[in-house]
Ligand binder design. Sequence first.
Ligand code: FE2
Length: 362
Amino acid sequence: MHELPQTVDVLNDWVKAMMSGSANQSATDRSDKFDSSTAEACPQQSQGRTGLRQVPTLSLNSYTTGTAAERTRFIDQLYSGIKDYGFIVLQDHNVSRTLLDHAYTLLQEFYALPVETKLKYAGVSGGQRGYTPFGKEHAKDSPVMDLKEFWHVGREIPENHRFASYYPANIWPTEIHGFQTVFSELYAALSETGRQLLQALTGPLEVSSTYFDSMINEGNSILRLLHYPPIPATADPRCLRAAPHEDINLITILPAATATGLQLKDRDGTWLDVVGKPGELIVDAGDMLSRATNDVIPSTTHQVVNTASSSSRYSMPFFMHPHPEAILSCIPSCRGAGAKYPDIAAYEFLMQRLREIGLLKS
Ligand SMILES: [Fe+2]
């Protein structure tokens, strides 16, 4: 798929490049070293079956500190964007660019460690914490493994907390200075972003403004720190960096990655190339939100395709989860002809999905 331009300003240039056959050259020649000042612009448009489509780009500050009119507009655009497109792009939010850049620098340092060092941190609670090696996870129903390795950061809670039996303790690599501090801060910041976004959805869904708060307080959210190495020459040709799948959780908040490859399938079935500008957050819906809304907000299918580049790709999705005892139940305004799914505890649903993607054995 060709990469697409970020703004209407450059659309004409891109169309000319497409006509001359040179538009996909930007997927090559990238350095492994993340440099946000030169990171690639954001291709957020696509010539789908319905013509040019513009993924909604929203300012979170317009919701958190804006006027009543700005808040209303944000809520409307968030709901319609996530329902009709499957995702939105968020700017002007609470996660600092400095923090994101620092996090990506540490990711590169960690994944450059020898594999024997990284394996010291593998196998913690079925991959719920620490390191999961290359070739371990596959998409639900996919016959082949994804071409990635990753690290999981979870919520920190006191030992005697009511959810202590559900949440394994985090582990931290001692080789990388600042790893725990930076990723703990990033976890907290993204958790707050997610709380604000879910709160904004309560109006359109006609539930109380604290509906999601009661589910996500002390929630089981996961920050996944991903490395997609250069594609191995020996890789099964059926393997992708991440095969098409939907996320398990309520919503996913994805800071712009360091390279292209992410594609999200919008609601008309068109695969859209999406690479946010450095500092932007991409937000999409997961299976838990889909289930609670009776598929009014379907989970967003996405994938990470193999690019021609021989470079690594790094990304840091934040999976916003309820706490384990929260019940995923059909929201009354979404009931329509009736609830499609029985109520289920979030923990039970999560375990079911983890088995399906190979991270937990039956
Ligand atoms: Fe995903």
